[in-house]
Design a protein around this ligand. Structure first.
Ligand code: CAA
Length: 257
């Protein structure tokens, strides 16, 4: 399938989506977000793919929602528009998604990276929610996910005062997984994704679901949810295979069943 605003490719069991609006610093317009979700949902449905990487370019992961497209919006046009809903659709992707971030990850771009499961950042990555400078607030999860990740004190600075986080600060505060030199960040993210993609597919989906449940539930409900998923995995061939392989000191072969 050919797209206008993104490029897609595969590398073994890794599906890669790259934003392709370099002149606009990969500002996220409706077309780009729609294509992104079409591509990710296709990878999610493809048994040959185990993990996905979403990326931009060295200068910008994405500098936010497209301000030019949003400038004339009203509450009613916003309500009628699926745009913000694309971040919810990202949440519904079952397989792991890694954001490979270099340069600007601002506004909706930062919110997109945070809606992924893990973030591999280049040394030049810059995270922020500068919507306050436009007279608005983050609208695709920034106030919530940033606060969960870095805590209230810093999230207030980021959302109320447009403070940017460097890659080092983002790592110190638990927002990202690792920092890689700019020339290697995408390669490293794909390598990381390939490691994950080689793991037992059903267990991967349920592990992702269980970790994400932390954001939705109390500890007690989360523990009960985890236990049900844990028990459920004992009905899979992969569990029998993984444990037999361990006991017989051989590598496991996963079938995703
Ligand atoms: N929307 C539309 N176009 C954008 C854009 C955005 N979010 N960010 C950058 N661009 C465009 C610029 O308009 C410019 O285009 P032209 O050459 O046609 O003028 C081009 O990208 C390059 O940008 P700059 O010349 O500004 O580049 P810079 O290196 O001087 O500055 C920057 C980089 C600091 C990221 C600056 O571009 C900037 O502040 N961008 C806006 C960031 C922002 O406010 N993001 C939040 C958007 S609102 C949002 O995301 C809401 C939400 O929660 C969903």
């Amino acid at each position: 399938m050919s797209y206008e605003f993104i490029l897609t490719r595969t590398n073994g069991r890794v599906g890669i989506v790259q934003f392709n609006r370099p002149k606009a610093l990969n500002a996220l317009n409706r077309g780009l977000m729609s294509e992104l979700m079409t591509a990710l949902e296709a990878f999610d449905a493809d048994d040959g793919i185990g993990c996905m990487v979403v990326t931009g370019n060295e200068k910008a992961f994405a500098a936010g929602a497209d301000i030019k497209e949003m400038a004339t919006a009203t509450p009613v046009t916003m309500l009628d528009n699926p745009f913000i809903g694309y971040w919810d659709r990202l949440r519904q992707i079952g397989k792991p998604v890694i954001a490979a971030v270099s340069g600007f990850a601002l506004g909706g771009g930062c919110e997109l990276a945070m809606a992924c499961d893990m973030i591999v950042a280049s040394e030049s990555a810059t995270f922020g929610q500068p919507e306050i400078n436009l007279g608005i607030i983050p609208g695709a999860g920034g106030t919530q996910r940033m606060t969960y990740a870095v805590g209230k004190a810093l999230a207030m600075e980021i959302c109320l005062n447009g403070r940017f986080l460097s890659a080092t600060e983002a790592q110190q505060h638990g927002l990202i997984n690792r920092i890689v030199p700019v020339e290697l960040y995408l390669e490293e993210a794909i390598k990381f994704a390939a490691e994950i993609a080689a793991r037992a597919p059903v267990a991967l989906r349920l592990a992702k679901e269980a970790v994400n449940a932390v954001y939705e539930t109390s500890l007690q409900a989360g523990l009960a949810h985890e236990r049900r998923l844990f028990y459920m995995l004992f009905s899979t061939d992969d569990q029998k295979e993984g444990m037999d392989a361990f006991i017989n000191k051989r590598p496991a072969t996963w079938h995703g069943k």
